[in-house]
Design a binder for this molecule. Structure first.
Ligand SMILES: [Fe+2]
Length: 272
């Protein structure tokens, strides 16, 4: 075994799917994209790659119609990946129905995970029921603070649905994490957060903020156009993110997408 094989084996490899926006009916569409078909196409493409992953992260907006059936479709859809899935709610999710499918062996209904010898993942709930923006309760902030203290020797990946920094899109930034300052105050009290990973904005983002990498990921359905103050759709295809968490705390990550031209939305739409 070469040194690079060894470092690959000792690192943790994660897959992120986000904003699947599934419906109970087979023909459920968001802005003319059949969200179940685009989600299945993404999963099929990942399976076809044949790469090793240790877990799946699903960062919210799993359902668009609040039904138990939509969550069951998510669970059935990830089956070919055969990975434990850690998930958290987005603004579109309905937690009572999410909770009803957690008996599936694939869903690990936890808010904290130790991965390998060197990493931990903290999953935060930024949902405010009934509105699109996000907020972390005092309890969520205290929980993050406690996990960062308790496992101060572990590198940390923090997951939440809403974007904790502005992304230069007025229509999306009005729906950002409203108590982002409080969130960053907790992160900056500690020195072990390596990255914050979110969904919600349906586009790729990769920025550094005071030494912490902030990542967002394309949806498995429709894409929003970056740097647009008005609602605007992007022509890019549905996608996902792959992450490799290395022993030394560094993180390798890549966004991948379906072939150009797949699952084009209705570009005449004025909102969603
Ligand atoms: Fe979404």
């Amino acid at each position: 075994m070469t040194p690079s094989d060894e470092s690959q084996l000792s690192s943790v490899r994660l897959l992120q799917l986000t904003d699947t926006h599934l419906f109970a009916p087979q023909d459920g569409c968001l802005l003319s994209v059949n969200t179940q078909e685009s989600f299945h196409a993404v999963v099929a493409e990942i399976v076809a790659q044949g790469q090793r992953f240790d877990a799946l992260l699903a960062t919210g907006d799993i359902s668009q119609d609040h039904t138990e059936a939509s969550y069951e479709k998510f669970v059935a859809g990830i089956e070919p990946l055969a990975l434990p899935c850690y998930w958290l709610p987005g603004n579109h999710d309905y937690k009572p129905c999410m909770n009803s499918v957690v008996s599936s062996p694939l869903i690990e209904d936890v808010t904290h995970v130790l991965l390998g010898d060197k990493w931990q993942v903290v999953l935060l709930d930024s949902q405010v029921v009934g509105v699109p923006h996000g907020r972390l309760s005092d309890a969520q902030l205290e929980f993050l603070d406690r996990m960062l203290s308790t496992y101060s020797d572990r590198h940390t990946l923090v997951l939440l649905h809403h974007h904790p920094l502005l992304v230069n899109s007025a229509w999306l930034d009005q729906h950002s994490l409203k108590d982002a300052d409080e969130f960053w105050n907790v992160v900056e009290k500690h020195d072990n957060v390596r990255a914050v990973l979110c969904g919600h904005i349906h586009q790729e983002l990769d920025e550094m903020r005071n030494g912490v990498r902030v990542l967002a990921t394309p949806s498995t359905c429709v894409q929003f156009k970056p740097n647009s103050n008005e609602f605007a759709l992007d022509i890019r295809s549905p996608g996902w993110r792959e992450l490799e968490l290395k022993q030394d705390g560094s993180l390798h990550t890549e966004v991948k997408r379906l072939t150009n031209g797949s699952f084009r939305p209705d570009f005449n739409a004025e909102g969603y």
